[in-house]
Design a protein around this ligand. Sequence first.
Ligand SMILES: *[C@@H]1O[C@H](CO)[C@@H](O)[C@H](O)[C@H]1NC(C)=O
Ligand SMILES: *[C@@H]1O[C@H](CO)[C@@H](O)[C@H](O)[C@H]1NC(C)=O
Ligand SMILES: *[C@@H]1O[C@H](CO)[C@@H](O)[C@H](O)[C@H]1NC(C)=O
Ligand SMILES: [Zn+2]
Length: 382
Amino acid sequence: MKFFSVGLLLLAALIAHAIPITHDEITSKTAEGLRLLSLEDGTEPEWVTEDQKLEFMRAGKQFFDVTEVWEDQQTLPKEKAVQVNCKPWLPKYPSPSHQTAVNALIRTLSISNMKSLLQQLSSFNNRYYRSTTGRQASQYILDTVSSIASGQSGVTVQPFNHSWTQFSIIAKIPGSQSQSPVTILGAHMDSINLSNPTNGRAPGADDDGSGSVNLIEVFRALMEGNFKPSTPVEFHWYSGEEAGLLGSQAIATSYKRNGVNVKAMMQLDMTAYFKPDTTEVVALQSDYVDSGLNTFTGKLIDLYSNLSWELDSPCGYACSDHASWNQQGYPTTLPFEALTGEGNDNPRIHTTSDTLTQSGFSWSHSLEFAKIALAFVYEMAI
Ligand SMILES: *[C@@H]1O[C@H](CO)[C@@H](O)[C@H](O)[C@H]1NC(C)=O
Ligand SMILES: *[C@@H]1O[C@H](CO)[C@@H](O)[C@H](O)[C@H]1NC(C)=O
Ligand SMILES: *[C@@H]1O[C@H](CO)[C@@H](O)[C@H](O)[C@H]1NC(C)=O
Ligand SMILES: [Zn+2]
């Protein structure tokens, strides 16, 4: 497997060398309304129309939309998109050792807070990255997180603007060692109705309203618990995940360009559903993640969660925002709500039926992921 992908990479390097995509090509094709999609490891990205792009999405074909980051990425050091951790020299992770403090904070996590946040988020007609209500949803999260952070010294909450309507959001908690590598929690704020992205109803309660409100609640618990980490912590709410990991690619590429060192990135994308009559587990994603970081996450789940964990089948190329960080060589992990390999995943995502009231939606399940995320930043950064 490893040798195979090295072979593919060499091939990709040759192809990339043979037919580089020029600045002029990007300018003119973008002006024609085309999008540049990277559809798999080791192949050149392809130009498609917006309609073709939507057809890929409806067919469940995952991709990075690299239209706006491709040129920039070509000037950055090439990172192999790591399928499994084959870099033994990467930093090792700490042994979890703050049970008393973490459990005290975990007890302050509130389902009713998350529920009222999610009722708000899912009441926008949709949170599509190019819709007015998508922008209103990003403004709602910005206002909510800003108000939690107000009066907290050194904590900042900023929009990360894009060329499209909805912005991403970055909240930063400084570390006492300010130049140390950053620990990141991410979720995506956007939602999509696949038959009518711009105007169709897309409550996106599970995908990914659940991860988004988990992060807001963890942020609140840490702020009220007077969390003062030694290394910096960031919370990210990404725009445009459903349209090819747009927000997270813009941010990960900018971090790479600016030399930001990332210690660890955990993505929460769907945490509130488990298939009725199946055993609840945490499904750790197994590809485009760091295996050492997965081991760390597994230890946290053993210590802090009521659920046990299993490694899931591969999620595939460009599966969620963690892939944007993995692409830039940063270590990632993604605890997911259900085993996709067993076919236990939520059948209602990207439709009008992804609601808080659908069968299988569970707050106690989602709470477990908020606990894991809280333990992750605390044990990593304190
Ligand atoms: C982002 O856009 C808003 C207006 O839409 C503007 O007020 C703000 O200054 C911008 N932020 C940055 C960092 O450019
Ligand atoms: C989870 O486990 C803790 C103790 O480890 C227990 O107090 C709590 O009731 C459990 N919660 C659920 C929902 O089972
Ligand atoms: C998209 O939204 C429309 C109306 O808002 C709805 O009729 C249609 O069923 C939705 N499509 C999906 C896939 O849910
Ligand atoms: Zn999602």
